[in-house]
Design a protein around this ligand. Structure first.
Ligand SMILES: C[S@@+](CC[C@H](N)C(=O)[O-])C[C@H]1O[C@@H](n2cnc3c(N)ncnc32)[C@H](O)[C@@H]1O
Length: 226
């Protein structure tokens, strides 16, 4: 079984011997790969919908790991109790959905490693984490085809406030692909700014915020060159 670069990058963050809960598992590729590699002893794989969960069932049965994967049909973490998993992964969903899932499961602030891979709403997710007793310990950037993704490694704890640019692109720690990621995100911010400028009713405060974010990202690019 091969994982895509995005799922492989998430898998690399799961500590040896941990029990994983993969929320929104769809095909259950991540937990099954980790089991087959001998990295985890067991897993919980959950999904909101019957269709994805039946795909997960097919994968676990096909690979002979059905006894070690508990499949759960539930919204977010509602069917998973505190203490059942050491690591919770929530990947391939919007940042607001990820925040809403964590909001319903405050136990994730205690003794739990969270691996979060948002598809959208990055600033909202980072802001929510910061305001709700979570700390982003690390961010890992990966590339799949022409798309770039970031995986947030998060635990309970108080983080220092992030600047507007950090809310958009994370803290500026040097790592492979960081420059490319900043350039891609700068394009996104520029497009949002152009959209505002072209609109019939541009929102002055949003434009000022976006300009501040753009300036912050440009400063980060300069820092990386030093
Ligand atoms: C794009 S797939 C991602 C699958 C896999 N996690 C990955 O990253 O490749 C998103 C999955 O999340 C599930 N999902 C969406 N909202 C959810 C929620 N609130 N609770 C649990 N699963 C959810 C969807 O049903 C879908 O199977």
């Amino acid at each position: 079984m091969e994982l895509t670069p995005r799922l492989h990058t998430i898998a690399q963050q799961v500590p040896q011997g941990a029990v994983l809960a993969d929320v929104g598992t769809d095909h259950a590729l991540l937990p099954v790969w980790l089991l087959l590699e001998g990295r985890i002893p067991s897993a919980i794989a959950s999904d909101l919908r019957e269709g994805p969960l039946s795909r997960a069932r097919e994968t676990v049965e096909q690979h002979g790991v059905a006894e070690r994967v508990s499949l759960r049909l539930c919204d977010g973490l509602s069917g998973i109790q505190a203490g059942e998993a050491d690591v919770v992964s929530i990947a391939g969903m919007g940042g607001e959905t990820i925040a809403a899932i964590l909001e319903q499961a405050p136990w994730t602030r205690e003794n739990t490693l969270l691996l979060l891979q948002p598809m959208t709403s990055f600033p909202d997710l980072r802001q929510w984490l910061q305001g709700n007793g979570y700390t982003v310990e690390q961010e890992t950037i990966c590339q799949e085809g022409s798309r770039m993704y970031t995986i947030l490694t998060v635990r309970g704890g108080q983080d220092s406030p992030m600047t507007p640019a950090e809310l958009w692109v994370g803290r500026n720690r040097p790592q492979p692909l960081r420059r490319e990621y900043l350039s891609m995100m700068k394009g996104k911010v520029r497009r949002a700014l152009e959209g505002q400028r072209a609109s019939a009713n541009p929102d002055q405060s949003t434009m000022e915020q976006l300009e501040e974010v753009l300036g912050g990202i440009e400063d980060m690019e300069k820092e990386l060159k030093v």
